[in-house]
Design a protein around this ligand. Structure first.
Ligand code: SAM
Length: 294
């Protein structure tokens, strides 16, 4: 089946508001050109494990493994005949040691093992898989789709040299309350931060002492987070902070560069400090102004 036939069929199915995921299970192979671009977009490295959710005849996995001898992979598909054929093809290509095809629903695949997730399923099914990917896949896992995207979870990159192929990096979970302390001039400054998260998009506010501020330039790429903050600190003056770190569950480890701002200009007074933040269930951000936070 050609892509435009698939698109037309999809539109017709969507118009009929077909709900059951089983009814979306039709095999149409990605074009060889799209497969090449998907594999390139995944930026595979030695040791990577790749999965194709709805692997069909296995063409994406085979292309990935042929191009990268240090990569292993597996595919899952609802259609047992395709699983059998892909398994036989793997043996024929001498790839049996590096690849496995399972007769399994994509919703039951173990995504915690994957470094790259390939998908070309019906848009509704890929949309339904978002929650599973965000819950189970490790931060930084690359997700690559052919043609269709993931709704309001916007791709980090779209290759539009032909029909789109799309790339996402699974973002770390940052939304919520975080605390940290920075020592400056012998004083410990406590920070109580509140982050709001929509996929890889972050916004945030923070309190230190009885002042509150807004984070700027927030970026989240997989587990790597960075943002800046201009805030007056008692005994220091207006300090520009540049935070950069790695999210690991309920901790962030990184560094913060601070610069003193005078009359709106950065001065030569700079400091680089280790930055360690921990997640918390409550936040001093919301305590009444006038109470110094500890
Ligand atoms: C459009 S084809 C894509 C095949 C292959 N990934 C490619 O791009 O060439 C979709 C495949 O997903 C399978 N499929 C559909 N829904 C599935 C599900 N929930 N779990 C596993 N496989 C599914 C179908 O049987 C079909 O082989």
């Amino acid at each position: 089946m050609r892509w435009w036939q698939v698109a037309a069929l999809c539109a017709s199915l969507a118009a009929n508001t077909v709900q059951a995921q089983e009814r979306f299970s039709i095999f149409a192979g990605s074009s060889p050109e799209a497969v090449e671009r998907m594999v390139k977009l995944a930026e595979l490295r030695d040791g990577d494990r790749v999965v194709d959710l709805g692997s069909g005849d296995g063409r994406i996995i085979f292309t990935a493994l042929d191009a990268h001898p240090g990569v292993r992979g597996w595919g899952v598909d609802l259609d047992p005949k395709l699983v059998k054929e892909a398994t036989a093809e793997a043996q024929k290509r001498g790839l049996a040691e590096r690849v496995q095809f399972l007769h399994q629903n994509a919703f039951d695949a173990d995504l915690s093992k994957a470094d790259v997730i390939f998908m070309w399923l019906w848009p509704e099914v890929m949309y339904m898989l978002r929650a599973k990917i965000l819950r189970e896949a490790r931060p930084g896992t690359r997700v690559v789709t052919n043609i269709w995207d993931l709704g309001s979870w916007k791709p980090d990159y779209i290759d539009e040299t032909a029909l789109p192929v799309n790339l996402w990096r699974v973002p770390a979970k940052v939304g919520g309350y975080w605390n940290w302390t920075l020592p400056m001039s012998g004083i410990k400054h406590n920070y109580a931060a509140v982050f709001e998260q929509h996929f890889q998009q972050l916004e945030g506010v923070v309190r230190s002492g009885d002042r509150r501020g807004v984070f700027k330039n927030l970026e989240l790429h997989g587990a790597h987070i960075s943002f800046s903050l201009d805030m007056t600190l008692d005994g220091e003056g207006l300090i520009r902070h540049h935070f950069s770190g790695t999210v690991d569950g309920d901790r962030i480890d990184g560094t913060v560069r601070t610069v003193l701002i005078l009359k709106g200009e950065e001065t030569a007074e700079r400091l680089e400090l280790p930055w360690q933040a921990t997640r918390s269930t409550t936040s001093a951000y919301f305590e009444p102004t006038g109470l110094v936070i500890r």
